[in-house]
Design a protein around this ligand. Structure first.
Ligand SMILES: [Zn+2]
Length: 147
């Protein structure tokens, strides 16, 4: 039976009805990192803990990817099926910035500072037929923005 498998362990809570991005926090200086780090990049402390970064952030910067990324980026896309998509940094509560693929894919749909929400999406299918899952961010719908 095929399963849905995270692309890397420890990036997000999965499976979950409301997945949260996972990072690390330094117990000495409070620095938050994504992906989770064993050693703090700020103070070189070794006392870090895994924390949930949440599932909402704000768009910090973005661009449009208009050509197929080079390896090792490796999805099921081909030159024929590729469509341009947004890519950018989303700032999570606590200030850590996360590079991610963005669901809105046109310049008209993206704006710095807009609220974004986490999605767990299929990335590719492996040799056993399992769906490899990754994360992306999409615009928060207007009617969900204040919930
Ligand atoms: Zn630290």
């Amino acid at each position: 039976m095929s399963e849905q498998i995270p692309i890397h362990k420890g990036l997000f809570t999965w499976p979950s009805s409301r997945p949260q991005l996972l990072g690390s926090r330094c117990k000495q200086c409070g620095e938050t990192a994504f992906p989770a780090q064993v050693d703090c990049r700020s103070c070189s402390g070794r006392d870090t803990e895994v924390v949930e970064l949440g599932d909402r952030g704000t768009l910090w910067t973005w661009t449009i990817q208009t050509f197929m990324p080079k390896q090792p980026y490796h999805s099921d896309e081909t030159e024929a099926s590729f469509r341009p998509y947004g890519v950018g940094y989303v700032e999570m509560p606590g200030g850590v910035r996360v590079e991610a693929r963005l669901e809105p894919s046109t310049r008209e749909q993206l704006a710095i500072g807009m609220p974004m929400q986490l999605n767990i999406v299929p990335f590719r299918t492996d040799a056993s037929g399992n769906q490899i899952m990754t994360f992306s961010f999409s615009a928060v719908e207007e009617d969900q923005a204040w919930k």
